[in-house]
Design a protein around this ligand. Structure first.
Ligand code: 0RA
Length: 638
C-alpha cells in the first residue's frame, strides 16, 4: 500500500479535538454506553442511508452483523460525494466522518434532521466511538475507500478501482473500551429495521446475523407503509373491518401519514413518530389526532341520530377503545420535550394534524356507513362500561369506608409516611410472603402477598378488574386509583416492586402485573415507579469463605473461577421460598446489596405485542410467538 501523507492543518486539529470530546463524553452524544447506545451506532448509519432513500435515490439497504460484532451497512444510493470539500480541504466523504455535526450540511440532508436529541448526531460520532470504520463509495465510475481508527484517519479517501454502480458501504467495529458490551441483539436491530421499513414506504431493508451457526435473516419491504404497520400490529387481534383507514399528505408544512384500524380489544394502541423517531411520550401531533377523532365521531353520531339529543357526548377514551393507529409526521425543526425527550412540543402541529384528520376521517365515515356504525357501537358500549366501572369504584370506596380502613387486610404496611421513601413488595405465595415480612426493614418496606385467581386483564374491562380479588388489594395498596382516575400524586409508595420466582409461575405473575400496570396505571411505569426484584439464582458455599450469591450463569462461572470448584457447594434457588428471611433481606431486599430492575415504557409497543399475544384469546399465535421469541421474552424479563 502506498504511503500516504496526511496534513494536519488547523481544521484537522479542531476535528480531532471534536471527536476526542465525543470519546470523553459518549453519553452526551448517544445517550449511554450500554447496549442501547451500542445499537444507536447502527441506527445512525442506517439513518443516513434512509435519508438518501427519502431524497429519492436509494431503494435498498442491507445490514449485516458479521462475526466479531462487525456491522456492515450498504445502500444503493448516489454514494457520498468524494470531491474535495471547499471548507475542510479534504474529501466530502472524509469530512462527513470526521467533522462533528457535519451530517446535515454535507450528508444526505433531508431537511428533517433533528436538532439536539440523540438522533442525527451523524456518522462522525459513530467514527469517534469505533475501533475502526471502513467506508467504500461507488460513484462517478470509480470505487473509493477510506479507513479510520478511533476517529482518526488512517487511510484518507482514495480510488481503489472502477465501478458502474453507485452506493455507500460502511463497516465498523464498536470500541470495546467505550461500550459496556459490543454484543448486538439481533432481535432489537431487526425490530428497528422493520419499523424503519414501515415508516419508509417502498424502501427495502434486509438484515442478516452471520455470527452464529445458523444465519438469522429479515427482509422488510412494505408498499403499504403505515397501513402495513397497523396490519402487522393487529395481526393477532380481531379486526372490526378488514383494511386500515389510511390518511396521507405528502406536501405542506407537516407531511403526515396515518393509519387506523379498530379491533375488538379494550385497549388503545397509538404509536407516534416524528422524523422516524418514536415519540413515546406523544405530544402535539398526538393531541391533534385525538381531538379530531373525538370531534368527528361525536359529530357523526349526532348527525346520524346514533346519539340522541338527551345523550351526553362520547368521551375521547370511549372513542379510542380498541383502536390501533400509527401516526408519522415530518417536522422541520422538531422540539422534543418530556422526561425522555420523546414528546413533540411544536404547537403548530396540533392544528395541522387535527384539520387533516378531521377532513379525511369525516369523508371516510360518510362513504363507509357500515364501518362507521360498527365503530360507534363499540364506542357506545365502551362508554357504558366506563359508567359501570365508575359505579364499581364507588362501591369499592363505600365498602372500604365501612371497613374503616382503605388498605387490604394482607398488606403488612411500613411505618414511614413519606411515600417517596416507601416501597411495597408484591409477592406471590404465602411462604415467600412470610419470609419477606420477617426479613424486611419495616420502617420503609411494606409487603403485599398476592393470592386468589389469576385474572386475564387483556380480556377484562375496568369494572371487572376493580372487583377482582387478586388485583383489588394492589389497587388499594398503591392508593392512586386506576384508569383515567389514576392520580400519580396519590401513590403510597415510591417503589412498587414485583418479587416473583425465576420460573414459569413467576413469569406468569410478572406478566399479569405488568400488563395490569401498563393498561391501568401507565403513569406508574412512565414515572419509573415499577421495579422487578432480582433474586439470586445460585448460592456458592465453601468452608472458610462467606457465601457468594450469583444472579446469572455468567456470575456463577466468574465466581467459580475465583474460588475453584473443589469442595464447593452450589445451590440453585428454585424459588424465593427456599431462602430464609435473612437471606432474602441480604440478597433481594437490602437496598445496599439488592439488584432492582426498573421497568420502563421504553418500548410500549413491544410490551403491548407481548401482552396481547401472551394473554389474548388465540392459542396458536401464542405458541408460535413463544417459540420464536423465547429468548426475547427472557430479555424483557417479563
Ligand atoms: C449525494 C449528495 C450528498 C450525500 C449523498 C449523496 C449520500 C450520503 C450518504 C450517507 C450514506 N449513504 C449516502 N448516500 C448518499 C450530499 C448532499 C448534500 O450535500 O446535502
Amino acid at each position: 500500500m502506498e504511503k500516504y501523507e496526511h496534513k494536519y492543518g488547523a481544521e484537522q486539529i479542531q476535528v480531532l479535538e471534536g471527536l476526542e470530546a465525543v470519546r470523553k463524553r459518549p453519553g452526551m452524544y448517544i445517550g449511554s454506553v450500554s447496549v442501547r447506545g451500542l445499537h444507536h451506532l447502527v441506527y445512525e448509519i442506517v439513518d443516513n442511508s434512509v435519508d438518501e432513500a427519502l431524497a429519492g435515490y436509494c431503494t435498498e439497504i442491507n445490514v449485516k452483523i458479521e462475526p466479531g460484532n462487525i456491522i456492515c451497512v450498504k445502500d444503493n444510493g448516489r454514494g457520498i460525494p468524494v470531491e474535495i470539500h471547499p471548507k475542510t480541504k479534504i474529501s466530502t466523504a472524509e469530512t462527513v466522518y470526521t467533522v462533528l455535526h457535519a451530517g446535515g450540511k454535507f450528508g444526505g440532508d433531508s431537511g428533517y434532521k433533528v436538532s439536539g436529541g440523540l438522533h442525527g448526531v451523524g456518522a462522525s460520532v459513530v467514527n469517534a466511538l469505533s475501533e475502526w470504520v471502513e467506508v467504500t463509495i461507488e460513484r462517478d465510475g470509480g470505487k473509493y475507500q477510506m479507513r479510520f481508527e478511533r476517529g482518526k484517519t488512517v487511510q484518507p479517501l482514495k480510488k481503489v478501482g472502477d465501478s458502474d454502480n453507485t452506493g455507500t458501504m460502511v463497516r465498523f467495529l464498536a470500541d470495546d473500551t467505550i461500550f459496556e458490551t459490543t454484543n448486538y441483539e439481533y432481535e432489537t436491530l431487526e425490530e428497528r429495521m422493520r419499523e424503519m421499513a414501515f415508516l419508509t414506504k417502498g424502501l427495502k431493508i434486509t438484515i442478516e446475523d452471520l455470527r452464529g451457526e445458523e444465519v438469522k435473516k429479515g427482509e422488510f419491504y412494505f408498499e403499504g407503509g403505515l397501513k402495513s404497520f397497523v396490519e402487522f400490529l393487529n395481526k393477532n387481534k380481531e379486526k372490526l373491518y378488514p383494511t386500515p383507514i389510511y390518511i396521507e399528505k405528502k406536501d405542506g408544512e407537516v407531511p403526515t401519514e396515518i393509519a387506523i384500524q379498530y379491533t375488538s380489544s379494550y385497549n388503545e394502541s397509538i404509536y407516534t413518530f416524528v422524523n422516524n423517531i418514536n415519540t413515546i411520550e406523544g405530544g402535539t401531533h398526538l393531541e391533534g389526532f385525538k381531538r379530531a377523532l373525538t370531534k368527528v365521531f361525536n359529530d357523526y353520531a349526532r348527525s346520524h341520530n346514533i346519539l340522541k339529543e338527551k345523550d351526553s357526548n362520547l368521551q375521547g377514551e370511549d372513542i379510542r377503545e380498541g383502536i390501533t393507529a400509527v401516526i408519522s409526521v415530518k417536522v422541520k425543526e422538531p422540539q422534543f420535550e418530556g422526561q425522555t425527550k420523546t414528546k413533540l412540543g411544536n404547537s403548530n402541529v396540533t392544528g395541522i394534524v387535527q384539520s387533516l384528520v378531521s377532513e379525511a376521517l369525516s369523508t371516510f365515515l360518510e362513504e363507509n356507513p357500515s364501518i362507521a356504525k360498527t365503530i360507534l357501537e363499540k364506542c357506545i358500549s365502551a362508554s357504558r362500561a366506563r359508567e359501570a366501572a365508575r359505579k364499581a369504584r364507588e362501591l369499592v370506596r363505600r365498602k372500604s369506608a365501612l371497613e374503616t380502613t382503605t388498605l387490604p387486610g394482607k398488606l403488612a404496611d411500613c411505618s414511614e409516611k413519606d411515600a417517596q421513601k416507601c416501597e411495597v413488595y408484591i409477592v406471590e405465595g404465602d411462604s415467600a410472603g412470610g419470609s419477606a415480612k420477617q426479613g424486611r426493614d419495616r420502617r420503609f418496606q411494606a409487603i403485599l402477598p398476592l393470592w386468589g385467581k389469576m385474572l386475564n386483564v387483556e380480556k377484562s374491562r375496568a369494572d371487572k378488574i376493580y372487583n377482582n380479588e387478586k388485583l383489588q388489594p394492589v389497587i388499594l395498596a398503591v392508593g392512586a386509583g386506576i384508569g383515567s382516575d389514576f392520580d400519580i400524586t396519590k401513590i403510597r409508595y415510591g417503589k412498587v416492586i414485583i418479587m416473583a420466582d425465576a420460573d414459569v409461575d413467576g413469569a406468569h405473575i410478572r406478566t399479569l402485573l405488568l400488563t395490569f400496570f401498563f393498561r391501568y396505571m401507565r403513569p406508574l411505569i412512565e414515572n419509573g415507579n415499577v421495579y422487578l426484584a432480582q433474586p439470586p439464582l445460585y448460592k456458592i458455599s465453601k468452608k472458610g469463605i462467606k457465601d457468594i450469591y450469583c444472579y446469572s450463569d455468567e456470575e456463577l462461572e466468574e465466581a467459580l473461577k475465583e474460588v475453584g470448584r473443589e469442595n464447593t457447594g452450589i445451590q440453585r434457588y428454585k424459588g424465593l421460598g427456599e431462602m430464609n428471611p435473612e437471606q432474602l433481606w441480604e440478597t433481594t431486599m437490602n437496598p445496599e446489596s439488592r439488584i432492582l430492575i426498573k421497568v420502563t415504557m421504553e418500548d410500549a409497543r413491544k410490551a403491548d405485542e407481548i401482552f396481547t399475544v401472551l394473554m389474548g384469546d388465540d392459542i396458536e399465535p401464542r405458541r408460535k410467538f413463544i417459540e420464536a421469541n423465547a429468548k426475547y421474552v427472557k430479555n424483557l424479563d417479563i
